[in-house]
Design a protein around this ligand. Structure first.
Ligand code: ZN
Length: 329
C-alpha cells in the first residue's frame, strides 16, 4: 500500500516536471547552457585566456634580456628601457603575449627610471603575487595571460589610485590599439573567429546595444533587454586593419538573415556593427554598401555607435564550441 502511494506521488511529480519543461519557452541554446552551468553570474577572470608555453618556446619567442626579466623574474637597469620616457601615446602590451595592459594616460614620470603607471587596464589583466625575494616583501605584478613577470606595485603613487606600477620597460611594447565591436549571432563562434586573427590582441564576449544595466545571459535570452550577444575586439592597428576585421565579420555570418542567425532566433542574435569613432562608422557603412548584391536580399546589419559593453559570464569567454552553428558563406 505504502509502495503504491509512493509510486503514485512519483508519477504525479514526473508529470508536473514534464509539463513545466514543455512550458519553458527559452531558446534551446540558452536552455542547454543553463543546464550545463547553472547560473553563475560571475565575470572577470575568464576574460583572459591563458597561454602556456614550454621553456624552449619562451626562449625562442623572447630576447635573452626579455627571457631573463619576464621568465626568471629579473630587473632591468633603470633608464635602460626604450619606453621609460612618459611621452609615448598608445597602449602598453605584454611583450611576451601581446595582452594590452596599461594605457599611456595612466603613465607618469616617477623619476625612478622604470616606466610607471597609476593603474592597469580593467578586466583582471594583471595578477598580483607576494614576492619575498632579496629580503623584501613586495607585490609582484604578473601578466594574467602568460604569467610573465612584469615588475612590482607599490602604495606610493600619485592620485587617483595612490599606486605605482613599477614595470620593466623590456616587458612592455607600445602599440596603437583600437577597439571594434561586432554582433553576428551566438558570440561563441564569433569570438573564436576573431581570436584566431593575427593582430587581434584580446577579445571579450558580452552584451551591448540594449537598455538593461549589467545583464545576465538568462535575461538577454528572454529578449527583454534589447542587448545583442557581441564580441569586443582589441586590435593592433599596425598588424590588422579595421577593414580586414569588417571583411571577416561579413564572412562568418549571414548579414541578410532577419531576426537571428541560423537556428538562433531573436534580437539577441542580430547582426550589428557598433562603431567606436566617426572613421569606423564611415568604413563600416562603405563596407556594408560593398556587400550588397543585385538580386539578393538586402543586408540587414545595423550600424550604431558603441555604448557600454557588458562582458558576459566567465563560462562564455573563449568557449570555442562547435555547438554554436554559424552559417558560413
Ligand atoms: Zn603576457
Amino acid at each position: 500500500m505504502k509502495t503504491s502511494r509512493l509510486l503514485l506521488m512519483f508519477l504525479v511529480l514526473l508529470a508536473l516536471g514534464l509539463l513545466l519543461a514543455g512550458l519553458d519557452l527559452l531558446p534551446s541554446v540558452c536552455r542547454a547552457a543553463q543546464g550545463e552551468y547553472r547560473t553563475t553570474h560571475n565575470r572577470g577572470h575568464g576574460m583572459i585566456e591563458k597561454i602556456t608555453l614550454s621553456d624552449a618556446e619562451w626562449r625562442k619567442r623572447l630576447t635573452p634580456h626579455q627571457y631573463e626579466v619576464m621568465r626568471e623574474r629579473g630587473t632591468e637597469r633603470p633608464f635602460s628601457a626604450q619606453c621609460w620616457n612618459p611621452h609615448g601615446k598608445g597602449t602598453f602590451v605584454c611583450a611576451a603575449c601581446g595582452l594590452p595592459l596599461f594605457e599611456s594616460g595612466s603613465k607618469f614620470d616617477s623619476g625612478t627610471g622604470w616606466p610607471s603607471f597609476t593603474a592597469a587596464m580593467g578586466g583582471d589583466r594583471v595578477r598580483i603575487a607576494r614576492d619575498t625575494s632579496h629580503g623584501m616583501i613586495r607585490e609582484e605584478v604578473v601578466c594574467a595571460r602568460c604569467d610573465s613577470h612584469l615588475g612590482h606595485v607599490f602604495p606610493d603613487g600619485p592620485p587617483p589610485t595612490g599606486l605605482r606600477y613599477c614595470m620593466n620597460g623590456v616587458a612592455l611594447d607600445l602599440r596603437q590599439v583600437e577597439k571594434a565591436t561586432f554582433a553576428a549571432g551566438c558570440f561563441w563562434g564569433v569570438q573564436a573567429a576573431f581570436d584566431a586573427t593575427p593582430g587581434v590582441l584580446q577579445t571579450a564576449a558580452g552584451y551591448t546595444g540594449g537598455h538593461v544595466k549589467d545583464p545576465s545571459y538568462e535575461q538577454v535570452c528572454m529578449h527583454t533587454t534589447g542587448h545583442a550577444e557581441a564580441v569586443e575586439v582589441e586590435f593592433d592597428r599596425a598588424k590588422v586593419s579595421y577593414k580586414e576585421l569588417l571583411d571577416l565579420f561579413w564572412k562568418i555570418h549571414d548579414p541578410r538573415q532577419v531576426g537571428g542567425q541560423g537556428p538562433d532566433l531573436g534580437d539577441n542574435y542580430r547582426s550589428e556593427i557598433f562603431t567606436h569613432s566617426p572613421e569606423q562608422r564611415k568604413e563600416a557603412e562603405a563596407s556594408k554598401a560593398a556587400q550588397e548584391r543585385p538580386g539578393m536580399r538586402p543586408i540587414v546589419t545595423a550600424i550604431t555607435t558603441a555604448e557600454v559593453f557588458y562582458p558576459a559570464e566567465d563560462y562564455h569567454q573563449h568557449y570555442k564550441s562547435a555547438a554554436c552553428g554559424l552559417p558560413r558563406r
